[in-house]
Structures are given as C-alpha cells and as structure tokens.
Design a protein around this ligand. Structure first.
Ligand SMILES: Cc1cc2nc3c(=O)[nH]c(=O)nc-3n(C[C@H](O)[C@H](O)[C@H](O)COP(=O)(O)O)c2cc1C
Length: 183
C-alpha cells in the first residue's frame, strides 16, 4: 500500500491537524507493515498558485494517482481550506484524468482510493449552529472529492480556538475518531 501523507497547516508544532494526520498514518502503518509512506508538506514545500503553465508539470497529479490511501490535514483558515491545500487540489482536478464531462453530466474517474481527512477548526459548525453557513471546509472537500469519484472519511477536531479546555476536548475527539477508523 502506498500512503500519501499531506499536511497544510501553517501553525507548526501547535498544529492540531498535524497531530491527527500523524496518528492516522501511524495507525495505517501498524495495520500494514509494508506500507510505503510519501510525505508532502505543502507549507515547507509549497506549490505555486495555479497557472495554465502549471499543467505542463503533472508530477503532483501522478503522485496522487499512484497512491492507494491519502491522509490529508485540513485546517480551517478563514472558513475554508488553506491556500496551500487549494493549490494542491488545483493540480489534481484535471479534466480527462480525474473527471470527465459526459452527455449525462460530469463523471469522477478516481473511485479506487481511500481518502482520510483530518479537519481542525477553531469553532463549531454543526448543522444547527449559528456558524454553520460559514462552513466551507468539510462541505467543499466533500464536494470536490465527490466530483472526482471519492467519498472521503473525516475526523474532526473542533472548538480549537475557543479555549484550552475545548482545545483538549477537540483533540481528544479527533483522536477517538481516528481510533474508530481502524475498527
Ligand atoms: C490564520 C487563521 C485563520 C483562522 N480562521 C478560522 C476560521 O475562519 N474559523 C475557525 O473556526 N477557526 C479559524 N482558525 C482556527 C483554526 O481553524 C484552528 O486553530 C485549527 O486548529 C487550525 O488547524 P491547525 O492547528 O492544524 O493549524 C484560524 C486560525 C488561523 C491561524
């Protein structure tokens, strides 16, 4: 199994999404000792903003297509994903490679991957919460991966910016959800 481990948090040692992705990868490795892990840190090694010229380099797309399992750290910044992660998505949403338009509408071409996303958010975005209309992270990633044929699995660490207790509770919840992934 090839695991592509992607981080996109700018907060370094304080990053909650990085705690969760590390734990997920450790768990996957424990389950499959022969797993090969490729790390892509989109902050240490950022991709440029998308340009038409960028499509000439398909290395990011090829790395994605070659992976069986993706583990993606997705912090919420300004109610959506980090621009670093957006730049990566811009490389993998490629007509004719990961989706195509047919007479019946768009069709995803990448159905054979497991994608696990570790969400880390400062607040709470449950369906009935006041901030729910501002949730453009889980909803966006669900839509984008669905568009290319993948149903992502999410683990959630919420309330991280509310206070120290909520931060600990959010991390604990995320780690508990990681445990449940293995079950
Ligand atoms: C620049 C910046 C913008 C943020 N914007 C939001 C936001 O819009 N909504 C929110 O709930 N939390 C927001 N937060 C809090 C982060 O979502 C929270 O700290 C989360 O843990 C980030 O993931 P990380 O710890 O892996 O970096 C923001 C944090 C930073 C640093």
């Amino acid at each position: 199994m090839t695991i592509l481990h992607i981080d996109s948090s700018i907060t370094g040692e304080n990053s909650v999404s990085r705690i969760l992705t590390r734990r997920i990868v450790d768990q996957l490795r424990a389950a499959d000792g022969s797993a090969h892990v490729i790390e892509r840190d989109l902050v240490a090694d950022p991709l440029d903003h998308l340009t038409l010229g960028a499509f000439a380099d398909s290395s990011v797309l090829e790395e994605f297509l070659a992976a069986d399992t993706l583990v993606i750290g997705a912090p919420m910044y300004n109610f959506t994903l980090s621009s670093q992660l957006k730049a990566w998505l811009d490389r993998i949403l490629v007509a004719g490679q990961t989706f195509r338009y047919t007479e019946h509408g768009p069709e995803g071409l990448v159905g054979d991957k497991r994608v696990i996303v570790a969400l880390s958010r400062g607040g709470f975005y449950d369906a009935n919460s006041p901030a729910a209309p501002l949730e453009h992270l889980e909803s966006y990633l669900t839509g984008v991966f669905g568009f290319i044929g993948i149903t992502p699995e999410f683990v959630h660490a919420d309330g991280i910016a509310v206070g120290p207790q909520q931060r600990e509770a959010g991390i604990a919840n995320g780690l508990a959800e990681v445990e449940r992934l293995a079950a």
